[in-house]
Ligand binder design. Structure first.
Ligand SMILES: [Zn+2]
Length: 417
């Protein structure tokens, strides 16, 4: 049992932040018991940690990130998707055939995620089994709640990244057998996207999904090029999302569709039918995709939308930066395409980065009673001439904060480095 004093901020619902200045939060066995302005009588003897007027917020969730691309963050950002994959991304991913290389990168990647306040994540590996196993084990050991996918590809990629469908499925099943019972980080099916997968491969993954009750992550209608490729390569489907629905991949567990920038009505309908998550990755879509999600309009239709760093199409591993960028991009979307689009508010963006995806990770993303206490203490953002309010501190952190502003990190109620 522990008691913490701070200014406490979390998402109450999609449009409102709950703000508790100068308040106390009690945590028992890693779960929030309550938030009060005075210490309740029954907690008078519980040890108190006092963070003064630093701000306590929930830890962040990254719903779309490529661990192997960590080395490329902030590089080759003047390319567009198809060239970026060929010249920059696929050559790097091929190097993960070497497990020693993979360990070096994945250790740094996991440490940097945690340093930047991300404690829950949906992560892409590569096609390589050994490297992906190491990533799952590393994340699980460090306590990151989430999913890791061994990527499946059997066409339209360089030879050293292509698998035969049978081998691809067999190796995926090995990981499901070995790690589905993990406490924190488990495997998820990860057909990279329609252009690099055959119907045979996607159907076989559907069978694995049903057998192991496991969900799927992929890239969905992420660019006009990708959406067109999907229609050309799968002419029997009316939209990108239908490719996965037909294979029975949509209802075995959570489905997380990266980007979702150019959805048809049918794409939206299928995603909502299965209560799936779309992921906005603002930096990535500015840099290599050149499209802006209809975030406000999709939220108004009740779509579940989380945020992703999308390293390395996105360049910053801190999901808090993407909350700020999501607000900025929604304004551009409204300005250039006012019909049906609206800007989103900062509370909406913060909600997308935290509470919205809480159910995916077992009750994270909030500081309400019953939430898992994965939390950050942020400070050092006020000016000498003016003390920021708690909610201003959170907003400024997302715009100009760095990991140096995260003074303390709690995972399951315990501090971690
Ligand atoms: Zn991606």
């Amino acid at each position: 049992m522990k008691l913490i004093h701070a200014d406490i901020v979390y998402s109450e619902d999609r449009t409102h932040l709950a703000v508790h200045p100068d308040s106390y939060i009690a945590v028992e066995e890693g779960i929030v018991k309550g938030v009060w302005t005075e210490i309740p009588e029954e907690y008078r003897n519980v040890p108190l940690t006092d963070y003064g007027n630093a701000v306590l917020i929930p830890a962040f969730s990254d719903l779309h990130v490529h661990a192997p691309q960590y080395l490329n963050r902030g590089l080759e950002m003047d390319l567009l998707l198809a060239d970026w994959l060929d010249k920059c991304t696929f050559p790097l991913e091929a190097k993960y055939a070497d497990p020693e290389f993979a360990k070096l990168v994945y250790d740094a990647f996991v440490d940097d995620m945690i340093a930047n306040g991300t404690m829950h994540a949906c992560v892409y590996g590569t096609i390589h089994t050994e490297a992906t196993s190491y990533l799952i084990e590393r994340m699980d050991r460090r306590g990151i709640k989430g999913f890791v996918g061994k990527v499946n590809m059997d066409r339209n990629a360089p030879d050293d990244l292509l698998e035969d469908p049978e081998g691809s499925v067999r190796r995926t099943e090995e990981l499901l057998e070995k790690y589905s019972g993990n406490r924190n980080t488990r495997p998820i099916l990860t057909p990279r996207f329609a252009p690099t997968c055959t119907r045979e491969l996607i159907n076989d993954l559907g069978r694995l999904g049903r057998k192991y009750s496991v969900g799927m992550q992929t890239h969905l209608v992420e660019s006009i090029w990708e959406a067109e490729q999907a229609r050309i390569l799968f002419p029997e489907c009316t939209c990108d999302t239908e490719i996965y629905e037909r294979a029975g991949l949509m209802d075995n567990g959570p489905v997380i569709g990266g980007h979702f920038i150019f959805p048809s009505e049918e794409d939206i309908h299928i995603m909502q039918k299965y209560d799936s998550y779309a992921v906005q990755c603002p930096d990535a879509t500015v840099s290599v995709i050149a499209g802006i999600m209809q975030t406000g309009a999709l939220l108004d239709r009740g779509m579940k939308i989380g945020l992703g760093s999308d390293i390395s199409a996105g360049h910053h591993i801190g999901v808090y930066t993407q909350a700020a960028r999501a607000v900025q991009l929604s304004k551009l979307k409204q300005f250039y395409e006012p019909e049906g689009n609206r800007k989103i508010t900062f509370p909406e963006a913060f909600w997308m980065a935290t509470k919205q995806s809480g159910p995916l990770f077992g009750g994270t993303g909030s500081l309400e009673p019953g939430s898992v206490f994965d939390a950050l203490v942020i400070d050092g953002l006020s000016d000498a001439a003016r003390q920021l309010t708690p909610e201003q501190t959170v907003e400024r952190f997302c715009y100009i904060g760095t990991k140096e502003n995260i003074k303390v990190r709690y995972m399951n109620g315990e501090t971690i480095e």
